[in-house]
Write a protein that binds this ligand. Structure first.
Ligand code: SAM
Length: 315
């Protein structure tokens, strides 16, 4: 059975109902996410760009102390609109720079390659479509040091337990000389956080609802989109923003294979979490997965950080 169909059947039969944020990104979802990145309320890309512009040289100097050549592999790469600046800053520090983008969305990888190729020469660019849990372990290894990128605060989409498992997953496919660079959105005022997931123009709402439209398009669903609302909330006691789709009435939705799902009025489908971190949370994840922190690279407000990790040497 198709992976998406299997997921929808399982997720919408559970209590509470659940759909994974992994399925946000069909071509319409990719477009909406690009619009989210332009929103004033969605502060994350601006903070990230600030770090790329101000801190990439320091990072390149540090990594180039131990490596002349570098293979950069980015998980959940997206369209490369920020990474192209990062690659440009790093290029002069290495004799060879190769870049491989991994993303579940084939459309976005086409855009990623075009964007980066137009911006920088002399970098070998590759893109591999698929779930990175499948594609990353299959990458061929050579003697060149690897720098694994996980940007966009994507790590916040995992629970702490899954973040530790994700770090372990990376740890199992890299060697002691390799590096892992992860972007974390840090704990800040709850009002700044919640606005980022509930913008005034309703782009984030459209992005969340697109998941139901995708079910209609690909699985022959009959979701009435107007009968669902977007509802995010932020819990400052655990740093988690959770996004939901709320059924506005009692309704039954059917897929083309005949499967149906019943919704009570105001019943929620959980779609995404975006966790915000204290530095102590980051150190806890690293320690539990046998990584050590090499350096922190902050934006000017100290609300966002790139953390460079290296595997801990274990005998
Ligand atoms: C929030 S976007 C961030 C994109 C980019 N890193 C940035 O900062 O702009 C997440 C990206 O990860 C991809 N993605 C999500 N889950 C994935 C998975 N399991 N395997 C591969 N790609 C995934 C999505 O298609 C999307 O392009």
């Amino acid at each position: 059975m198709d992976e998406f169909l299997m997921h929808v059947k399982e997720g919408l039969s559970q209590k509470p109902k659940f759909l994974s944020s992994r399925y946000f990104y069909d071509s319409r979802g990719d477009e909406l996410f690009k619009q989210i990145m332009q929103l004033e309320e969605y502060y994350l890309p601006a903070y990230e760009m600030e770090i790329i512009k101000n801190q990439s040289k320091a990072l390149a100097e540090f990594v180039s102390l131990k490596a002349n050549e570098l293979n950069i592999i980015e998980l959940g790469a997206g369209n490369g609109s920020k990474t192209k600046y990062f690659l440009k800053e790093l290029r002069p520090y290495f004799t060879t720079l190769n870049y491989t983008a991994l993303d579940i969305s084939p459309n976005i990888l086409v855009e990623n390659k075009i964007q980066i190729e137009q911006f920088i020469s002399d970098v070998k660019i590759d893109g591999i479509a698929g779930n990175y849990f499948d594609t990353f372990p299959l990458l061929k290894s050579d003697d060149i040091t690897k720098l694994i990128l996980f940007l966009g605060a994507n790590i916040g989409n995992f629970s702490t337990e899954n973040a530790i498992n994700f770090f372990k997953f990376i740890r199992n496919s890299i060697s002691h000389e390799d590096y892992f660079l992860v972007a974390f959105d840090l704990i800040k005022h709850p009002r700044e956080i919640i606005k980022a997931y509930d913008d005034a123009q309703g782009v984030t709402k459209a992005f969340n609802l697109n998941l139901l439209e995708r079910i209609n398009r690909e699985l022959g669903g009959n979701f009435k989109i107007d009968c669902f609302d977007h509802f995010p909330y932020y819990n400052p006691t655990n740093g988690i923003t959770a996004s939901h789709l709320i059924s506005l009435e009692r309704q039954t939705v059917t897929l083309s294979d005949g499967t149906s799902f019943h919704f009570e009025p105001f019943e929620a489908i959980h779609t995404e979490i975006s966790k915000k971190f204290f530095i102590s949370d980051i150190e806890n994840i690293a320690q539990n997965a046998n990584f050590s922190v090499q350096n922190y690279y902050y934006n000017t407000t100290k609300g966002y950080v790139f953390v460079l990790f290296k595997p801990t040497f274990t005998i």
